[in-house]
Design a protein. Structure first.
Lengths: 555, 315
């Protein structure tokens, strides 16, 4: 096997995955036992048990009616629920319990996946083939060279040495921003390159059927999350599964944005269901007297260009955007598109930057390199008293309302970290300047959608004015970077406005179907040198990365 | 008490309010340990005086009863002995120097997360005389009002809960400005209807401010809003109202405060809120009027007009 491919799936990584493989059945069994026990403790009588089951029947029949693809597991579940719904009223309490247990086990199996060790071993030998598949449109020699480059082009910033130590001392919950389906792969590369252990990851079920990504999912220690299932019982099972993984010390990856950012903006509203399981796990660990802490590590993944940008912004701009969680037919499902994207990015010297932020404990306190928690005044903090009743040394207890509030506050800290750890790249800055200028040219009260459709007449943008706008925004960004509110990519930090513009235009003519922005010489404009924004929605998409820094007035 | 164990609370501050709260808690059967920076204050019988902040921090539930101006240094020192197991309820009427609520200050200076605010139409004398009354304790953590109720509630004192921490903190602060304005109106010779005008318009403007800051305007209809201003705008138990009267009599702010002999939160709150309204584009003439008045930028030559603003539009 070629050494470079050998490295991709190198030994220690496999060993970690072997543990996941060995324990997988035990994890499933523990998840089922715990969910059933908690549910039965909640339901006090036959009637409330019937309500829980009826709820599952209702939500699932809705899903089966509207969902396009139903797999074998779903078919089995559908049959099961049909029978259950018909007989629900006549079942005895013990029969209802049996039905609940049966449903929980079915959901656990769906999340856990039908994991077959023999298949895993086979597949891990096939991985290199899968990787070269990514580059199938290219000649083999070329693709291998590109692959090597890819590994170099994933730049990693942040205190990875500290993270390595924390990963030994406790359990790491990695919470990155989410722009692309490539994120989980890029994170996988980054963890490996930084010498950090692999993570388990709840990958959307749609990714598993994606011809490219599904391949990786099976090897990233992923379990399956079906976001189409709305039944609360399923969500309980999923949360318990995640809690069990964390309690067993599995490092985990969540995307708290819940889904790829449709608008391209940095996430500001998080879905904290899975993040909340870290608090549940912490309380359980304290209650058992185990002192293995959990650490949240916010991270940003920064791309000059985003593979699925065109589809995502299109989805965002349509009314459907809000409800369409799962896009099954975007650029990430097309092997040629993915390959072209990677090739183009690599040839242009592009890179992807993973910025690891400062680690936080489950309550959002800063964690020092020593693994201890510190408050804003730098004083060391004990976590246990936050979860006790009747004094700091009292008994540790779950409290749903309290923990929901702790989770919400943690979410605020993560959002703050996302903003502070985001790298502003040339494409963001130039798109921001251009989009603001388009809006201004269309008049103060211009309707965004008209501007995006190109219905508002806008004069071509003279390059000197563009450069002046870039300059102003760059100055304002420098100021915010000094206050540690944002990070600047190297070109934005050190380049002249002209250099920033050139780099961005280089990218913009690169990958997307039509060049997002092109140069044009217009004899009717002074100086003649102008820019025309060809793809306004895409320009808007890259602009959105900077919308939360209060730069609108500056531009 | 359930389990036979008596509740215990810590109170910081031995002003009129801290002492009244101590008596109420004692009457409920709650143990009280009180810390005051002044050693000469006479404490109610049965109250244990804490030797230092560590002493008061032995209680799980802490009531913070000191003026907003003294808050930060005290909290910073308390932060050294406080821990994540504490619940804290503050009774401040003011805002921090940057217009930040006191709960934010608690979060910055101490490890305490479970913070609440206590507000309502409190008259220490009536509280001690066991006349039926009510307060609200607001926190985003439901355990905080529950604990406050366990420590204080009795037949004569109903303890309501709320989850609108920001709303109750702001409402209580804004009411001090309305009380001051009501004092001005009274001092200028206005009648009860003039005061009603000031109070009603003040509440309408306060509602805009709460909404602009992400709190619920409905909270103003509660004990921390209308409940509180019902007492203070009537001229009872309100240094702000008294200050307003003195300003109307032509005293400067300094002279008024000196004559009052106690602190009033209204002038500082008005200054911060007026700045906030400018930032957020909120129109609140009573608040900006009081701010201009205490800053000496406006006089009362035109009478109460300085507080009322432009022509009357729809309510």
């Amino acid at each position: 096997m070629l050494p470079i491919l050998d490295e991709v799936i190198h030994q220690p990584r496999l060993e970690r995955m072997h543990r996941f493989m060995r324990e997988r059945e035990a994890i499933a069994a523990q998840t089922a036992r715990r969910t059933i026990a908690e549910k039965l403790a909640d339901v006090k009588d036959r009637a409330s048990l019937e309500i829980v089951l009826n709820d599952v029947c209702y939500h699932e029949s809705q899903r089966f009616r509207t969902s396009r693809d139903i797999d074998v597991n779903d078919e089995k579940l559908r049959g099961k629920l049909n029978r259950l719904r018909k007989g629900l009223r006549n079942l005895s309490e013990s029969e209802l319990r049996a039905a609940l247990e049966d449903l929980v086990r079915a959901y656990v199996d769906d999340i856990n996946g039908n994991f077959n060790p023999a298949v895993f071993m086979l597949a891990s030998r096939v991985v290199p083939v899968g990787l070269s598949l990514l580059f199938s449109p290219l000649r083999l020699g070329r693709s291998l060279a590109d692959l090597g480059q890819l590994r170099e082009r994933v730049l990693i910033e942040g205190q990875t040495a500290d993270l390595e130590r924390l990963a030994q001392r406790g359990t790491v919950v990695l919470v990155p921003t989410h722009l692309s389906n490539l994120d989980s792969i890029v994170i996988g590369f980054a963890l490996e390159r930084a010498g950090l252990p692999p993570v388990t990851y709840g990958a959307g079920k749609n990714l598993w059927s994606n011809p490219i990504l599904g391949f990786f999912m099976r090897h990233l220690g992923a379990y399956r999350v079906d976001r189409r299932i709305k039944a609360p019982l399923y969500k309980d099972v999923l949360k318990t599964y995640s809690t069990v993984l964390l309690e067993r010390g599995y490092h985990s990856l969540f995307f708290p944005g819940g889904t790829r950012s449709r608008s391209g903006a940095i996430e500001s509203h998080l879905k904290l269901g899975l993040a909340g399981t870290a608090i549940t796990a912490t309380v359980n660990l304290f209650a058992r007297g185990e002192m293995r802490p959990l650490y949240f590590v916010p991270a940003t993944i920064n791309y000059h260009l985003v593979l699925e940008a065109a589809t995502l912004i299109d989805d965002f701009l349509q009314e459907a955007g809000k409800s369409r969680y799962i896009i099954e037919d975007d650029e990430s499902t097309q092997i040629t598109r993915v390959a072209r994207y990677l090739r183009d990015m690599l040839r242009s010297g592009g890179s992807m930057t993973i910025q690891f932020g400062e680690p936080l404990d489950v309550l959002g306190h800063r964690v020092g390199p020593d693994g201890e928690s510190y408050d804003d005044r730098g004083r060391r903090i004990e976590l246990r008293p936050f979860f006790t009743v009747g004094g700091p040394h009292g008994e540790v207890r779950h409290d749903a309302a309290r923990d929901a509030e702790y989770t919400r506050e943690l979410g605020e800290r993560i959002v703050r970290a996302y903003h502070a750890e985001t790298h502003v790249l040339a494409t963001h800055l130039v798109a921001f300047a251009l989009h603001r200028m388009l809006l201004r040219a269309a008049g103060g009260k211009a309707d965004l959608f008209r501007v995006l459709r190109g219905e508002e007449h806008a004069a071509p943008l003279p390059v000197p004015e563009v450069l002046a706008t870039i300059d102003r925004v760059q100055q304002a960004l420098h100021e915010r970077a000094r206050r540690r509110e944002v990070r600047l990519g190297s070109r934005v930090a050190q380049g002249t406005p002209q250099e920033i513009l050139d780099e961005a235009l280089g990218y913009f003519t690169l990958f997307h179907q039509t060049p997002t922005v092109r140069r044009e010489v217009r004899p009717d404009v002074a100086g003649g040198d102008c820019l025309v924004v060809e793809d306004r929605p895409l320009c808007y998409y890259y602009h959105n990365r900077l919308t939360s820094y209060g730069l609108e007035g500056v531009a | 008490m359930p389990g036979g164990q008596r509740e215990r609370v810590g109170i910081l501050g031995a002003g009129a309010f801290g002492r009244a709260l101590a008596r109420v808690a004692l009457r409920r059967g709650t143990e009280v340990v009180l810390w005051s920076r002044r050693e000469d204050v006479q404490l109610p019988a049965g109250v244990v005086r804490a030797a230092d902040l560590a002493g008061v921090a032995e209680a799980r539930l802490l009531f913070l009863c000191v003026p907003a101006a003294h808050m930060r240094p005290l909290l910073r020192a308390l932060g050294d002995v406080a821990h994540g197991g504490h619940l804290m309820v503050h009774a401040a009427r003011g805002l921090g120097p940057g217009g930040e609520p006191v709960s934010a200050m608690v979060r910055e200076e101490t490890p305490i997360r479970r913070v609440g605010v206590l507000a309502g139409p409190l008259v220490p004398g009536e509280l001690e005389a066991a006349m039926p009354s009510a307060i609200v304790v607001a926190s985003r953590y439901p355990e905080v009002p529950v604990a406050a109720r366990a420590a204080l509630a009795q037949d004569e004192l109903r303890v309501y809960g709320s989850d609108d921490l920001a709303g109750v903190e702001l409402a209580a602060a804004l009411m001090t400005v309305i009380a001051l304005a009501a004092g001005v109106a009274a001092g200028l010779g206005g009648g009860i209807s003039t005061r009603a005008l000031v109070v009603t318009r003040g509440i309408a403007q306060a509602a805009r401010i709460l909404e602009a800051l992400g709190a619920r305007a409905r909270t103003l209809a509660g004990l921390g809003g209308v409940g509180e201003v019902f007492v203070t705008a009537a001229g009872m138990e309100s240094p702000d109202y008294d200050l307003g009267v003195k300003l109307a009599q032509g005293m400067s702010l300094e002279a008024g405060l000196a004559a009052l002999g106690r602190s009033a939160e209204g002038p500082e709150v008005a200054r911060q809120v007026a700045a906030l309204c400018r930032d957020k584009g909120v129109t609140a003439p009573i608040f900006s009027g009081v701010a201009a008045l205490v800053a000496g930028e406006r006089t009362l030559r035109d009478g109460v007009k300085v507080l009322i603003g432009g022509p009357a539009l729809n309510e």
